[in-house]
Design a protein around this ligand. Sequence first.
Ligand code: MLT
Length: 249
Amino acid sequence: MQIRVALMPALAGDVSEAVCIVIDALRATTVIATLFERNCPIVYVAASHEAARQFARAKGYVLCGETEGYRVPDFDYGNSPVEFDKLDFTDRPVVLSTTNGTKATAIVAEARRVYLGAATNRMAVALAAWRTALEAGADIVIVCSGTNDQFTLEDATVAGLYVEALVGQSGAWEMPEQADSAIAARRLWQTEPNLLRGLMEGTHARTLADRGFGEDVGYCTAIDVLSHVPTLVHEVDSHTVAAPVVLIR
Ligand code: MLT
């Protein structure tokens, strides 16, 4: 088994045989983890606002998403995990469209298995990915969503946190091979294990704080506090996993 980090979605390459973990630490994958924690039965992720709008309006589902961090004006909610953490989504499917996180998911959707991970549910997602990869004899590719096709500090740092957990799973005889990208991400994380302090050095965290979402950054940097494992599935299979995520194109 090899662990590799795609520091941007464009670097993911051929993932058809791999197990992928998509990370958009600020904030899309953290939001998805929170929605399941708040009893959401299913999250639909859309690769565009228009696709999300049409689907959600046709089905009567809750429509969420952001542009430049702010709620899209005609959407029900934005992309704030702190806001979602106060709401109850029992029997309320959610449709989510964000600038980078949901698009990154679309890019690797054909992988053998796709999980959506954040710092908050890191250990639960890492363990699920580890087990699936071990069973299938597959590699694990951690896919950083980045921002507008650029590298972002927050996703690479949280990717390092995942590498740390995955390497920790292995006994001496089954130590996975770490690609240079995985070693780099792990070292990045190790340079500042205080995730909030580390991420606040990055552009997106500072921008979010400037736009009034500083509390979200704090929320997104809590490690291993949530336990759901958001898993990409086709709609017909959505009953087979506990936290189903379905892609709308
Ligand atoms: C994204 O998908 O680009 C992010 O989740 C943006 C945000 O912070 O809302």
